[in-house]
Write a protein that binds this ligand. Structure first.
Ligand code: SF4
Length: 423
């Protein structure tokens, strides 16, 4: 059985190999049987998945017990039988032993669009996490079926904002601000959701004059929102919201945090009246691990190192880095660099390790010296992929992710607004 711990090797030259959790040696199906699940081995395993989070039943023993070689043979055979009837998508943060079967590799939005580019595929097998499969279902054709190989592959960040808490927040804000536009026609508040959120929240934005953003276009989307609103409610990732708004010149004092467990999110009325961006109390457990001390150490060890971090990292880390950008930005920066550069990257370890393997002309390592993959991406293993593909060969669709049209329609509106927003 292949575990993350055996396939990920620390790529920081000269560093010790340590992992953040001994559970990384275990197979993901060992967690399917746990009654009160946490997210699984990796950087958010300490967080308990909220009630209502999809559960994955135990997959048949033939998949749990198969060797890597047998799974490889079975996955390739099923893919060959299905041909163009299936498209397999692999997220950048997915483990290599799954990504190698992907027809497309990319970030969540690139992959949703890739699904759209293959209308002949009856089934889209999304090797990523739940919100990504939902987005693929929203943008793909109605007759295409989206499959998530492990239903427990959620996203701890996306789960930090649910539709009930956001609706309650919205009602409190409406009570405080009213609903009338100001003299220049701007409404009191525009909801902006990060792509890493449930379909229900994308639908909420579509219904309330709001919009979706990615980590590549967050500044453009915030500009779009400020043209139409006096302020923004940004969820679920506080860090992407703060880093983006700060770079646009919004003062930190005008970015209160909304804690959904407190009245008015834990703010006073004046603080909310003065706000330009209200930040939801959410974060990515993977990117939260990066620190300024790691950047200092990288610079000490490798003078001249180019430090690039993802904007889901905390603000002091983004401020201390040389650059911050999305996974697409990081990939392009490495692709376009003159050979011989040293890169310290602040994003998920699977992607960093893959970039290092694909670009031996550079030295590329993860800022965090501890191997700690995204615990939810970890839940997808070749065993689950073989299970859903062989079912498709038999004409059975397992683990389908289908977004109800009452949610998908307004979510599409919010996504289309994002696509139409221009810098
Ligand atoms: S890396 Fe963070 S935001 Fe991305 S899927 Fe994992 S927990 Fe969610």
């Amino acid at each position: 059985m292949t575990s993350v711990a055996t396939t990920l090797t620390l790529i920081r030259p000269g560093g010790p190999v340590t992992s953040c959790s001994p559970a990384l040696k275990e197979a993901p199906w060992n967690f399917d049987a746990v009654p009160m699940p946490s997210y699984g081995p990796g950087s958010s395993m300490a967080d308990v998945a909220p009630a209502g989070t999809p559960r994955q039943g135990e997959i048949p023993a033939e998949y749990r017990e198969a060797s890597d070689e047998e799974l490889d043979r079975r996955i390739l055979a099923a893919k060959a039988t299905l041909g163009d009837r299936v498209v397999v998508l692999g997220h950048f943060y997915q483990r290599d032993e799954v990504v190698k079967y992907a027809d497309f590799v990319g970030d969540s939005f690139q992959l949703a669009n890739a699904a759209r580019s293959r209308p002949e595929a009856e089934a889209i097998v999304f090797c990523g996490v739940h919100f990504m499969a939902e987005t693929a279902d929203i943008v793909s054709n109605a007759d295409q079926q989206v499959i998530l190989p492990n239903l427990a592959a959620g996203c701890s960040m996306a789960d930090m904002a649910d539709i009930d808490s956001v609706t309650e927040c919205w009602e409190q804000l409406e009570e405080l601000y009213g609903t009338e536009p100001d003299a220049s026609g701007r409404v009191p508040v525009i909801p902006v959701t990060y792509m890493n959120s449930s379909a229900a929240l994308k639908g909420f934005c579509g219904e309330h004059g709001g919009i979706v953003c990615t980590s590549s276009n967050a500044a453009t989307v915030l500009e779009w929102a400020f043209e139409r609103g006096q302020r923004v409610l940004f969820f679920p990732d506080q860090h992407l919201g703060r880093n983006t708004a700060k770079a646009m010149g919004v003062p930190l004092e005008q970015m209160p945090m909304w804690n959904p467990r407190k009245t008015l999110g834990g703010n006073d009325e004046q603080g909310l009246l003065d706000a330009r961006v209200i930040l939801w109390h959410g974060f990515c457990s993977v990117h939260k691990r990066f620190t300024v001390a790691q950047i200092d150490q990288a610079r000490l060890d490798f003078p001249g190192v180019r430090v690039i971090v993802h904007p889901e990292c905390p603000m002091p880390v983004v401020d201390a880095a040389d650059e911050a950008g999305s996974t697409d930005y990081i990939q392009k920066a490495i692709l376009s660099a003159e050979p011989g550069q040293v890169f310290a990257i602040g994003t998920e370890i699977n992607m960093v390790q893959r970039l290092a393997a694909e670009h031996p002309e550079h030295t590329i390592f993860c800022l965090d010296p501890v191997v700690c993959p995204c615990s939810t991406m970890y839940r997808i293993h070749p065993g689950y992929l073989a299970w859903v593909l062989e079912a498709l060969v038999r004409g059975e669709v397992l683990n389908r992710i289908a977004v109800d049209e009452s949610i998908a329609a307004p979510a599409r509106v919010a996504l289309e607004r994002m696509l139409a927003a221009r810098p």
